[in-house]
Design a protein around this ligand. Structure first.
Ligand code: 8YV
Length: 313
């Protein structure tokens, strides 16, 4: 029996799940009835399917005495209480690799949207301002600008390759140096922010990186700088970000993720120098299908006694 916390957008993946397991769909229950419904099914649940953003907390884990595996339909496992799963020997899997290109693509789309002011210009045309002869101000080229990548794993490196194709200079920072990488590693995140025109956040969420993008880092990025975040909202001190954008200490922000999402503070929504998307970096037909397939394959491997494909340690 598998507890499905959120549906996969791929109908084929959902059909496979239904064929292979007895599925209990939490997401189908009205919110105020979920707790009662859960007490009825919890005892038989041996697998959980959840998302990167939702994960599973200690309270829900404690309700599932027979749980053996948590399959995360995402790469980030910061929302899974890994201490609790480890303590009980519950396996955790995620979906690395298959989402790299789409997430990196969205990072560049956001970077370009901010650099070339696409949302404002789209509004300009729709509002008839072009026809009305209102003045246009030039934006800035990407060529020759420094793209700083914080977190240089698969996604960070894919962002770097794309930014390089736009003629940008790449620098990165992450605590561990990476062998065989030609891009220079900055001395710290703060140094990287100083050296960058665009800072793209690609590091994992969780306690180790909580609010590392703070007022100081934002000020170092500066009035002409742009922050791009496709990782997790928790890495950014959102109050400091709002203050920096409002006061002009930071030029722009392009965000796919938010602290406390799906709630986005009204102060942030009101700012002109922000471009926002609702956590959609991996939301393409192809990638969500591949992610869902990896989830099904991991669950099947576990219940068939075969080795897991993408285990999280
Ligand atoms: C999705 C993500 O939000 O991969 C991640 O860590 O945050 C995203 O791909 C989510 O996990 C979709 O299920």
């Amino acid at each position: 029996e598998v507890l499905v916390i959120a549906a996969s957008p791929s109908a084929d993946v959902m059909a496979q799940l239904e064929r292979l397991f007895i599925c209990h769909h939490l997401w189908r229950q009205p919110r105020d009835e979920q707790a009662t419904w859960l007490t009825g099914v919890a005892g038989g649940v041996r697998g959980v399917l959840t998302t990167g953003a939702i994960g599973i907390d200690a309270a829900l884990l404690a309700q599932l005495p027979k749980l053996e595996i948590v399959a995360v339909n995402g790469i980030g496992t910061d929302a899974v209480d890994l201490a609790a799963t480890r303590a009980r020997g519950i396996a955790v899997t995620n979906t690395p690799g298959v989402l790299t290109d789409d997430v990196a693509d969205l990072a560049l789309a956001l970077l370009l949207a901010a650099a070339r002011r696409l949302p404002a210009l789209d509004r300009f045309v729709r509002a008839g301002d072009w026809e009305a002869g209102k003045p246009l101000t030039p934006t800035r080229s990407l060529r020759g600008k420094v793209c700083g990548v914080y977190g240089f794993g698969r996604i960070g490196q894919a962002v770097a390759a794309r930014a390089q194709a736009f003629g940008m200079e790449i620098r990165y920072f992450q605590p561990r140096a990476i062998e065989g990488v030609t891009a220079p590693r900055s001395a710290s995140l703060l140094a990287l922010a100083h050296e960058s025109d665009y800072l793209v956040v690609c590091a994992p969420g969780g306690p180790a990186t909580r609010h590392v993008i703070d007022a100081q880092v934002l000020a170092a990025l500066g009035a002409a700088g742009t922050l791009v975040n496709i990782a997790r909202g928790s890495l950014v001190d959102q109050a400091a970000l709002i203050a920096a954008l409002r006061e002009g200490a930071l030029g722009m922000a392009a965000l796919d993720v938010f602290d406390g999402e799906p709630k986005v503070p009204a102060e942030l929504r009101a700012l002109e120098n922000v471009v926002m998307t609702p956590h959609v970096a991996s939301l393409t037909v192809e990638t969500r299908h591949a992610m869902g397939q990896l989830v099904v394959d991991n669950l099947s491997a576990h219940f068939d006694g075969r080795p897991l494909l993408t285990i999280v340690l």
